[in-house]
Write a protein that binds this ligand. Structure first.
Ligand code: ADP
Ligand code: MG
Length: 195
């Protein structure tokens, strides 16, 4: 269930995964971009970590607003804006209800409003969209999240910096898709998702 407590755990686990995998995310971005995705995400994560410890009694929408502002302020680049909008849109939806599916759907709308990406363009959308579909169909699992991340190997980038890389990008996992994988893994581990 999505509660203040499970959402806090969700965000904390996401931060931990970004800390652990900074170098891996950078290396994915070296292949198709400028090698900074891990470092970018870690700056947002560190900011969020500080903000979370400072705020002990916040409501669910406030938590995601805090997350959105942290990533917009510190992550920078394409990902900062995209993750930031995702979290701000989640926050907005959570003002109406604590429904996980509604809030993630709103988050994806935020990503697409800013980035204009569709499916199979090697972006965050390639993980958010099928994960939302899996939640709707009550079949989300760690294996499925990993499969969605890995599926980006087969897509040609059409958005963001990677779209300007001339070599064929097939065979490379999209760094943003990989960090989204951590976000949704953290969601499962935190017990936010129950079928
Ligand atoms: P930058 O490209 O500014 O260096 P990052 O390296 O932190 O930013 O993030 C790159 C990631 O952002 C990509 O791997 C991709 O997943 C995501 N991305 C880029 N453009 C878009 C977009 N228009 N829509 C959705 N995601 C995008
Ligand atoms: Mg980059």
């Amino acid at each position: 269930m999505l509660t203040v407590e499970t959402a806090r755990t969700w965000l904390s686990l996401f931060i931990e995964k970004l800390e652990k995998n900074e170098k891996y995310l950078n290396s994915l971005d070296e292949s198709i971009g400028d090698g900074d995705h891990g470092a970018n995400m870690l700056r947002g994560a560190n900011e969020l970590k500080v903000n979370l410890t400072g705020e002990s009694s916040v409501l669910l929408p406030d938590l995601f607003k805090l997350a959105g502002m942290s990533f917009i302020k510190k992550t920078g680049g394409a990902a900062g804006l995209l993750y930031g909008q995702a979290f701000l849109h989640m926050s907005q939806a959570l003002q109406a209800s604590s429904d996980l599916l509604d809030s993630l759907t709103s988050g994806l709308e935020g990503i697409q409003k800013v980035g204009q990406a569709e499916l199979q363009e090697k972006t965050l959308v390639d993980v958010w969209s099928p994960v939302i579909e899996d939640i709707r169909n009550k079949c989300l699992s760690l294996e499925r999240i990993n499969a969605h991340v890995t599926s980006t190997k087969g897509f040609q980038a059409k958005k963001g910096r990677a779209a300007y890389v001339s070599e064929q990008l097939n065979g490379h996992i999209d760094p943003g898709a990989a960090s989204c994988g951590y976000f949704f893994e953290a969601m499962l581990e935190a017990g936010v998702y129950d079928e």
